[in-house]
Design a protein around this ligand. Structure first.
Ligand SMILES: Cc1cc2nc3c(=O)[nH]c(=O)nc-3n(C[C@H](O)[C@H](O)[C@H](O)COP(=O)(O)OP(=O)(O)OC[C@H]3O[C@@H](n4cnc5c(N)ncnc54)[C@H](O)[C@@H]3O)c2cc1C
Length: 493
């Protein structure tokens, strides 16, 4: 979409071929207003897929600025409900000393390396090979277990073998996408992508929520391509294929078969995710937030809600949009599919309603007034198990996508699937599009077009802040209560 938008803005003839009637792919939102055109709280929409810009990502923020998408700064006040208990704030809250200094889910872990940094961080650093000592045993194994990454079938398998089942339960309790630990993935690529991610952004401090992400009508740009369109045959001088590898595998024809046969195409695994969005007449979650304008994700192992988001943002104040279900857990995906097949939207709605009531027993969870449910068969992608044995890496997929049939063919692949750095997501979709334009189309584009792409790549020439971004106050004016007891929960900042 970005490539087409940019090319059309810069005067090229562009033909966009889209399978669905709505533009924008997974960047859709459910909106409570009559119009999806205007950024206003009355039209507040919440994403049914991509919603957040995580971390610095100055290129993506610059792009939002160029496209007039308003962003609100966001801070998470995570509430965790695991093993029947609540905790609040950061990862340390998940640990309780055996003499029980405060109620929090107990994990039977010992902390043996004498380091005082966050235990969760140390566990991940050990798993990624960035620390030599196992924090739970104090031992320094040689060779480091990360060196045998190719022998594990999933991250869960690697974590269980290296740190044990209790450590796995502890780490998964604070993960928004627990399914990522369960799929067969290329553990070496996962480790590499996490290291790259940490190197690029030493600490993710900020996230932004985009307003009106599906303002479709502003972005319609169907124009007849230079080659013309006839029936289902499209003739193009240059082609950017902006869909994932599953679609590549379905293309057929001599080009499709060549693309599908590439080891890269076979090394990218789609991740399924179930999402349920709901709008409420009032905010029943406010007493449990620590910051008035924050975002309150609830991580829970109860009822397959998995990760529920309750925003406190000003943008949502009128409409009270929430995302009560965001689930990648394989067991939960199967559960949601079955429930939907057996009892449709009423079944999903009732089940979520009673689950939320169970989580917030001291509130009356009101009847919602708008909702939607979707299971994305392809939410995002990870490197599949065995990729590194096939000599496929994050970098090789990225280069292959820019030139999958060699330099003589004017074809490239763009999209999140081809950018495997941790949660590449929308950043990956735009970066591969920019890469494709720069690598494959530089010769046919005007200097102005290339300069425009470079400008976004550079984060609007290295700006730290953008005029389309709203910074919200971060006060502590909400009670931060334990939903089960109504008493204040200790917070870890
Ligand atoms: C629940 C969920 C939450 C997410 N949260 C975030 C988030 O907070 N932040 C973030 O950055 N990312 C997030 N993502 C990921 C983000 O939505 C995707 O990475 C991003 O939308 C991918 O963009 P894309 O252009 O690569 O693919 P898509 O958005 O999937 O676009 C592909 C397009 O190709 C079309 N298409 C497919 N096949 C054909 C065909 N044969 N002919 C014509 N058209 C075809 C599709 O209809 C679609 O419009 C989330 C995803 C999900 C599912």
């Amino acid at each position: 979409m970005f490539s087409a938008y940019m090319l059309r803005e810069l005067g090229s003839g562009v033909c966009v071929v889209e399978r669905k009637t709505v533009w924008g792919g997974k960047l859709q939102s459910l909106s409570a207003g009559n119009s999806t055109d205007t950024d206003s709280p009355d039209n507040a929409g919440i994403g049914t897929a991509g919603l957040w810009i995580h971390g610095e990502q100055t290129d993506v923020r610059c792009l939002a600025n160029q496209l007039n998408v308003t962003l609100e700064e966001s801070h998470d006040d995570t509430l965790i409900n695991t093993r029947g208990q609540w905790t609040c704030g950061g990862a340390e809250g998940l640990l309780t000393t055996q003499n029980g200094s405060y109620t929090a889910p107990a994990f039977n872990l010992t902390d043996m390396d004498g380091d005082t940094d966050d235990l969760q961080d140390r566990m991940w650093e050990f798993l990624l090979g960035m620390k030599a000592t196992n924090p739970l045993t104090g031992a320094t194994p040689s060779p480091h277990p990360a060196k045998s990454c190719a022998s594990y079938r999933s991250m869960g398998h690697y974590i269980n073998t290296t740190l044990g089942l209790e450590a796995y339960a502890f780490l998964i309790a604070d993960m928004p996408e627990p399914g990522n630990l369960q799929f067969p993935v290329d553990v070496c690529a996962w480790i590499q992508s996490e290291i790259d991610e940490r190197t690029i952004r030493s600490k993710i401090t900020t996230q932004f929520i985009a307003h009106g992400a599906n303002r479709n009508s502003s972005y319609q740009f169907v124009a007849t391509g230079p080659g013309g369109v006839s029936g289902r045959v499209f003739i193009a001088e240059h082609l950017i294929f902006a869909s994932g590898p599953l679609d590549v595998r379905k293309l057929g024809g001599n080009v499709g078969r060549r693309l599908a046969a590439a080891p890269e195409a076979a090394s990218i695994r789609p991740v399924e995710v179930a999402v349920y969005d709901a709008f409420y007449p009032q905010r029943f979650w406010e007493d449990y937030m620590v910051h008035r304008y924050g975002n309150m994700p609830v991580r829970t192992d109860a009822n397959c809600l998995v990760f529920s988001e309750f925003p406190g943002h000003t943008y949502f104040q009128v409409k009270n949009a929430t995302r009560p279900v965001y689930a990648t857990d394989l067991r939960c995906i199967a559960f949601w599919r079955q429930l939907h097949a057996a009892s449709g939207m009423p079944g999903i709605r009732n089940y979520v309603q009673s689950s939320l009531q169970g989580l917030f027993p001291l509130q009356e969870v009101p009847a919602l007034y708008l909702d939607t449910f979707v299971v994305h068969a392809v939410g995002w992608h990870l490197m599949d198990y065995g990729a590194s044995q096939r000599n496929v890496s994050i970098a090789s997929i990225y280069s292959w996508a820019a030139s999958p049939l060699g330099d003589h063919a004017n074809l490239c692949l763009a999209g999140e699937a081809y950018y495997g750095i941790s949660y590449g997501w929308t950043a990956g979709a735009w970066r591969t599009a920019a890469h494709c334009i720069k690598q494959r189309f530089a010769g046919v584009l005007s200097g102005a077009a290339l300069a425009a792409v470079e400008y976004v790549s550079s984060g609007c020439n290295g700006r730290a802040r953008f005029p389309n971004e709203i910074v919200l106050p971060r006060n502590a004016s909400t009670p931060g209560l334990n939903p089960a007891t109504g008493k204040v929960l200790p917070t870890v900042e």
